[in-house]
Design a protein around this ligand. Structure first.
Ligand SMILES: [Zn+2]
Length: 266
């Protein structure tokens, strides 16, 4: 979840036109595991701004199959994440398919010109989007490719205003404000699975605002990973996965101990 696209972002294609091609070519020549030149150019039209915490060589598209809410299989799932976490994210979505956990759809943010409201309105599952956190100026973990939003309709972003009224993003998510963990597509069912794959923080645990769709790593870890080359960032991330799993085993895997083990990453 996040705030609407800025007018500056709409002008960026023009501003960036000259710079994009040469930069993208440099990525290809470097032989990185990141996005290729075409993917990078598309991203820089709307979704990736200058000064973002990560650049094309650090990002990767993970492709996967999923079942929808009618349990119909689709083989066109796409999500963009930091390349360092791509193997864990692929394993995570493969497990969602195995469990028949439904996703409405999963399209890249470029289909929405980086507009998160538009993405949420279509109940789109997504990750990378270079944007500030809602109502603030600090950069979202989505801008690192280290936050994933799952089924925004079933798992809305909920904020309470000064008069105590709740508002929901997407607005239709109000129908899911009263949580029923057993309802298909609910975030509650996959909190432990995300943690097992390194996404230790769930927005559903937050109080102000509550973000049921949102799974992320800690900001501290994200900032460290963004500064490292992909292989080293991957190594660091994998070490947190190993540490979390070892901690969960040590605590006997009790649900209440999840946050204790997750806190080791913060
Ligand atoms: Zn989010």
């Amino acid at each position: 979840m996040v705030r609407p696209v800025s007018t500056l972002r709409l002008l960026l294609p023009l501003l960036l036109l000259a710079g994009v091609v040469s930069h993208a070519n440099a990525n290809t020549q470097a032989g990185t595991s990141g996005l290729d030149a075409e993917q990078c150019a598309i991203l820089k039209q709307h979704v990736l701004q200058p000064g973002a915490p990560v650049d094309c060589p650090q990002l990767q598209i993970v492709r996967f199959s999923y079942v929808d809410f009618d349990q119909v299989r689709h083989d066109n799932g796409e999500i963009m994440v930091m390349a360092a976490v791509a193997p864990q994210v692929k394993a995570l979505f493969d497990e969602l398919l195995k469990r028949r956990f439904p996703l409405a759809q999963a399209r890249l943010m470029e289909h929405y010109q980086g507009n998160d409201d538009a993405s949420m309105a279509e109940n789109n599952t997504s990750a990378f989007n270079d944007r500030p956190i809602t109502g603030g100026t600090s950069v979202s973990l989505h801008a690192y490719g280290l936050a994933i939003d799952i089924n925004p309709l079933q798992n809305p972003f909920v904020v309470r205003d000064a008069r105590g009224r709740l508002s929901y993003s997407p607005p239709a998510g109000e129908a899911y404000g009263k949580r029923v963990a057993s309802r298909p597509g609910s975030g509650e069912q996959i909190v432990e699975l995300f943690a097992q794959h390194g996404f230790l923080i769930w927005g559903g645990d937050w109080k102000k605002p509550i973000d049921y769709q949102h799974f992320q790593v800690s900001r501290k870890l994200a900032e460290r990973m963004a500064k490292l080359p992909v292989p080293q960032a991957r190594q660091l991330f994998e070490s947190t996965v190993v540490a979390y799993r070892a901690c969960r085993t040590g605590h006997g895997g009790k649900p209440k101990d999840r946050k204790i083990c997750a806190a080791a990453d913060s």
